[in-house]
Design a protein around this ligand. Structure first.
Ligand SMILES: *Cc1c(COP(=O)(O)O)cnc(C)c1O
Length: 241
């Protein structure tokens, strides 16, 4: 991951500020009382790039790969709030939770097994606070996409709420198919089903949806948390991984 440090700092600061303005404008247009959270997705990017965003005020970062996050976390200030947004294998849950104390959320819980594993990992690590989780929902119906089917989300949500005391069900997350904004509407509909099954207000559950190419459309359809990478940090070079 070695890369010349510092040269991109000005670009990253300017790009971050522009994304923040666009997020705020889209949220205002929706008439939302709450600010939409911006998760800066920094996978494959060197710590110097993350620090440029940090110095420009960003505190919430999203990473996709367990080992990369475990490597980066101790190199960043402790007040960073990490969101894990990649596919998580059960066998890596313990290491992730134990080695990243400031892991705030795992956005990719898509079955009972990984939820239970994260719950026991929190106990094993002696975490003081609950780990927030989002249920990843497959809203595109593509075989290759991970995520629970919308019909399965209420049952999974009940499992988290009833059987996983170290987890806090924060909301639902989806990636969706490119240019298919119906996926965002499907996630919002799924939230209603989940809220009904739990007997809570739909508004008490968040919607994590929207990436570089579509975050404004996602906000218009109810997103409360967007995950933006390349528009802030530039195109990714996976050879850096
Ligand atoms: C990489 C990634 C993002 C960010 O994608 P960009 O198009 O670079 O903004 C968001 N969410 C998930 C789950 C990702 O894997």
């Amino acid at each position: 991951m070695a890369e010349s440090a510092g040269t991109d700092d000005g670009h990253i600061k300017a790009a971050l500020e522009s994304v923040k303005q666009r997020v705020a404008a889209a949220s205002a247009e929706r008439g939302s009382a709450h600010a939409t959270r911006l998760v800066a997705v920094s996978k494959t990017k060197p710590v110097s790039d993350l620090m440029a965003a940090y110095d420009a005020g960003q505190r919430i970062f999203g990473e996709n790969y367990v080992q990369e996050l475990i490597d980066k976390a101790p190199q960043m200030p402790e007040d960073v709030q990490w969101h894990f947004i990649g596919h998580l294998q059960s066998k890596k849950a313990n290491g992730l939770v134990a080695k990243v104390p400031n892991l705030v959320a795992v956005e990719t819980v898509d079955d009972d097994k990984i939820a239970s594993k994260l719950n026991s990992a929190c106990a094993a690590a002696g975490r003081a606070s609950k780990l927030q989780v989002y249920l990843q929902v497959d809203t595109s119906g593509e075989e290759t996409k991970s995520g629970v089917d919308p019909e399965g989300a209420p049952t999974l949500a009940k499992h988290v709420v009833e059987d996983c005391p170290n987890l806090e069900l924060k909301g639902l997350m989806t990636i969706g198919a490119p240019d298919d904004f119906e996926c965002f509407n499907r996630l919002a509909a799924c939230r209603h089903e989940v809220a009904e099954a739990l007997g809570v207000d739909a508004a008490s559950l968040e919607l994590s949806m929207g990436m570089s190419g579509d975050f404004e459309e996602a906000i218009a359809r109810g997103s409360t948390s967007v995950r933006v990478g390349s528009t802030i940090f530039g195109a990714r070079n996976y050879a850096n991984k």
